[in-house]
Design a protein around this ligand. Structure first.
Ligand code: TRP
Ligand code: SF4
Length: 328
């Protein structure tokens, strides 16, 4: 199977990205699939056109994090969208056949416009976000696109664009499927959705000391105001972390009983979690530190990935121009 997915460089990656997306990407890679994973830096500009200061560093940081978390440049093609100009050409051609109504109906379009009220998002680039995403995807003719729930509509739209293109000009693009990981989303440290704007994220690139502080300050079941108050793990964000970070079933049993009978305190519970998080993150931190020092290696990974992606993209565009009678 060939798969493709991408992330926007709008910030550093957090542990939600690790257990919600990257682990899945790594598994798909290690099952022997042909993988294309890229940084959608043009997509970052659709909302962050007025603040471009972070895009380069975030891109480098995310690529280091990809590698540190197990994406292997010898197995997966890791590349940067803006280096492959063919994406822009395909986006332009798709924009000819994409009705504006399809774009205005995209749920993320409506939501983000309402959410980011203090930002002017009445731009062509933002409306065309899914057209660019369709170009990213269809360029590599993947069978599957590993994404979260929020991206399903984009993949559906991608199929509609593929269908319309194939109908108008000839069969070029197979229709890709979304590959949902079905993992519940990890909440932020305050129990709300993990989001940079809430200040409740735990970044992957965090020191052990900061991690300890964040976990110990994490919100718990509000019923456990005092150590002697019983609680319920089902109402506690710490519990979601236990489920995601390898807490053993006997530890889980101990926590459930201890929480419900108030025989353990939240600090005891969080210390068990901390051990598992540190165990999981320590090798990633080590690799990240090595990669931060080895800038040449990371640059080489990007250069090689871009070249491989470009080779594929050039071939797809030859086919596209041919069926569209663009002969020059
Ligand atoms: N829209 C995706 C997101 O915000 C990023 C993205 C851009 C993407 N192009 C893609 C994801 C192509 C999968 C395939 O997460
Ligand atoms: Fe949450 Fe653990 Fe405290 Fe129970 S004991 S409320 S699961 S932190």
């Amino acid at each position: 199977m060939r798969v493709l997915s991408g992330m926007r460089p709008t910030g550093k990656l957090h542990v939600g990205h690790l257990v919600g997306a990257l682990d899945n990407w790594v598994r798909i890679q290690n099952e022997g699939n042909e993988c294309y994973y890229f940084i959608a830096d043009w997509h970052a500009l659709t909302t962050n056109y007025d603040d471009i200061s972070g895009i380069y560093e975030y891109t480098m940081d995310i690529i280091r994090t990809f590698i540190a978390c197990g994406l292997d440049p010898d197995k997966s093609v890791i590349f940067v969208q803006s280096a492959i100009k063919e994406h822009a050409e395909l986006q332009l051609l798709f924009s000819m056949i994409t009705p504006i109504g399809w774009l205005e109906r995209v749920p993320t379009y409506k939501e983000l416009k309402q959410q980011l009220v203090n930002k002017d998002l009445s731009n062509l680039g933002f409306l065309g976000y899914p057209v660019l995403q369709a170009a990213d995807i269809l360029m590599y003719k993947p069978d599957g696109v590993p994404v979260g729930e929020d991206q399903v509509y984009h993949v559906e739209l991608t199929r509609e664009i593929a269908r319309r293109f194939n109908y108008l000009y000839g069969e070029v693009f197979p229709e890709p499927k979304e590959l949902l990981s079905h993992l519940p989303k990890l909440p932020g440290t305050d129990g709300r959705k993990m989001s940079k704007s809430y200040g409740n994220v735990i970044q992957i690139d965090i020191t052990e000391k900061e991690l300890q502080e964040k976990v110990l300050r994490m919100m718990t079941d509000p019923a456990r105001k005092r150590r002697s108050d019983p609680g319920d793990p089902a109402k506690c964000p710490v519990w979601d972390y236990h489920k995601a970070f390898g807490t053993t079933s006997s530890e889980k049993e101990y926590i459930i009983n201890g929480c419900k009978t108030a025989s353990i305190g939240c600090v005891d519970c969080k210390k068990i979690l901390l051990n598992h998080m540190i165990e999981r993150l320590r090798p990633i931190w080590q690799r990240l530190n090595e990669l931060k020092k080895d800038k040449d290696y990371v640059q080489q990974v990007i250069k090689d990935g871009n070249e491989k992606a470009r080779t594929f993209a050039v071939e797809t565009m030859k086919e596209v121009r041919k069926v569209m009678n663009l002969r020059f």
